[in-house]
Design a protein around this ligand. Sequence first.
Ligand SMILES: [Zn+2]
Length: 60
Amino acid sequence: MEEYFFQCPYCWEEISMLVDTSQYHQNYVEDCEICCNPIQVSVWSENQEITQFQAENLEQ
Ligand SMILES: [Zn+2]
């Protein structure tokens, strides 16, 4: 597991999420810890490292 820091697409605060880097690709929804809005997260990992991370606004 790796802690990844990014900006929330709703409140633009920097937040962090724990990512399971043993999975090649994951797609899930997680609530922002600041504003509680649902964030669509897509993350790709390779060799236990995050290669790509997307955080999208679900309400667009
Ligand atoms: Zn937020």
